[in-house]
Design a protein around this ligand. Structure first.
Ligand code: SF4
Ligand code: SF4
Length: 449
């Protein structure tokens, strides 16, 4: 294993100018707490694959510190490791000093976004998606309608028949192959603004955060979330002016755009008066819980962001917190569970989804090895870094126990990535969200009664 040593003076020269020249830069109190112990190295997927100190959490924190102190300039020696990071936060789970590596990485990417703006086709694509589509629910819905038209009109068969897909990169071909059937209506549009409690006394009001990818690709999961919440004493409200959470923008370094979206979400959800904000997408949930990080330079929204984030709960987290009715419908399946990084590492939610799954009669949960190692999805990492994402996906697929017929998880990005893995392995393993299994059990129980 070749380990590249980082040769730098530990002391910053007072004459050096920081390479981070824009607001919202990585803060000294975040990177200076790293004690270089190296506990994080062995859990870091990129370090495991590459064996390079620069591609480890410790190395990345050191590079960010050096750039911040002006001992390195913002060139590829810093930019590449910062963007090769999956932002999976596995390092944070084991770090004895509490170094917030993920937030440091995101802040460093914000500096790169200003210093080295993407140009050409890459810049156009980035601007189109980060600013032109994702912040606009109507445009996002149009993209969903186009995808549905592509699937239903026969165009898909035509494109496949002409061999056009073969000129696309392999990972895009695979994404096209596994794309779930796009529903005619998403939850943000289709659900009423207020859904009363379905059974028993009302425990609280929960505002449903529908998300962008989740609502275009997997709106069935949002519908299931609303049903399961209503079944367990939660009145569900669906604020119609909500936007995508902004996580993709934060991961890409476009923090100004993310801030703009966060402001609208904070206002819309606080005005709803809901006791909780429920989310079923791990990446979005982590972003919503960290909104305050976007406002630590300005006091206006900081307090509102903290208030907003204090209400955010993953659906599994909230059900266990307020209490849920154990379902009675049998679901005779043997499944395994994949811990989405932003659920287990960023939000520390591991037991709640397992508890819910184990409460389902007939369902057997078989644990997989290294269930909390990243599958390579990591937002759009599988599109921007297909080689590393592909290696991690292979490892994830190798770890799925034999004899299971489904794999459950709590994040749409992981669902799509593992669907690609299933497609590659040509298995009939089903990829499901945890809440879908719970909902199935409740629905079977209702049909029986
Ligand atoms: S575990 Fe934490 S303190 Fe130790 S090297 Fe890694 S980031 Fe630094
Ligand atoms: S966030 Fe993940 S990929 Fe990035 S340094 Fe930490 S463990 Fe490694």
């Amino acid at each position: 294993m070749i380990v590249a040593e980082i040769q730098l003076d530990d002391q910053a020269s007072p004459a050096c100018q920081s390479a981070f020249q824009w607001p919202d830069a990585p803060e000294e109190d975040k990177y200076s707490v790293c004690v270089h112990c190296g506990f994080c190295l062995e859990v870091c997927p990129t370090y495991q694959q590459l064996g390079d100190e620069n591609e480890s959490p410790r190395g990345r924190v050191y590079l960010i510190k050096a750039a911040s102190e002006g001992r390195l300039s913002l060139d590829e020696s810093v930019i590449d490791p910062v963007f090769n990071c999956l932002d999976c936060r596995a390092c944070e789970t084991v770090c004895p000093s509490g170094v917030e590596v993920g937030i440091l990485i995101e802040e460093a990417r914000g500096q790169v976004f200003h210093a080295e703006p993407a140009t050409g086709i890459q810049g156009f694509t980035q601007r189109l998606f980060l600013r032109g589509i994702f912040p606009h629910p109507k445009r996002l819905r149009k993209v969903g309608k186009l995808l549905r038209f592509y699937q239903k009109s026969g165009m898909r068969s035509l494109v496949r028949g002409t061999g056009l897909m073969r000129i696309m990169p392999k990972h895009l071909q695979e994404m096209e192959a596994i794309m779930p059937s796009i529903p005619a209506e998403n939850a943000l549009q289709g659900l009423p603004e207020r859904i009363p409690v379905k059974r028993g006394p009302k425990k609280a009001t929960a505002a449903l955060f529908t998300g962008c990818v989740m609502d275009v690709m997997f709106s069935d999961v949002n519908m299931a979330t609303a049903r399961v919440a209503g079944r367990n004493g939660l009145e569900v409200v669906v604020p119609k002016q909500q936007l995508c959470c902004g996580a993709l923008q934060v991961h890409a370094g476009d923090r100004d755009q993310a801030r703009e979206m966060a402001r609208q979400n904070i206002d819309v959800f606080l005005e709803s008066g809901a006791d909780y904000i429920i989310i079923n997408a791990a990446g979005c949930g982590a972003a919503l819980k960290e909104y305050a990080e976007l406002f630590h330079d300005g006091p206006v929204y900081l307090e509102k962001a903290k208030q907003f984030s204090s209400k955010v709960r993953d659906i599994s987290e909230l059900l266990v917190e307020v209490g849920y009715e154990p379902p009675n419908g049998r679901v005779d399946r043997t499944i395994t569970y994949h811990d989405a990084c932003h659920l287990c590492h960023a939000q520390k939610i591991r037991q709640q989804p397992r508890e819910l799954l184990r409460s389902i009669p007939g369902l057997t949960l078989v644990e997989m090895t290294d269930s909390d190692r990243c599958c390579g999805s990591a937002g759009i990492y599988n599109l921007t870094h297909p080689d590393m994402a592909g290696q991690l996906l292979e490892r994830k697929m190798d770890d799925i126990p034999t004899g299971v017929d489904a794999i459950a998880m709590g994040n749409p990005g992981c669902m799509m990535q593992i669907m690609v893995g299933v497609h590659r392995r040509k298995t009939d393993l089903e990829v499901l969200h945890t809440v879908e299994l719970l909902d199935e059990s409740y629905q079977r129980e209702e049909r029986m009664s």
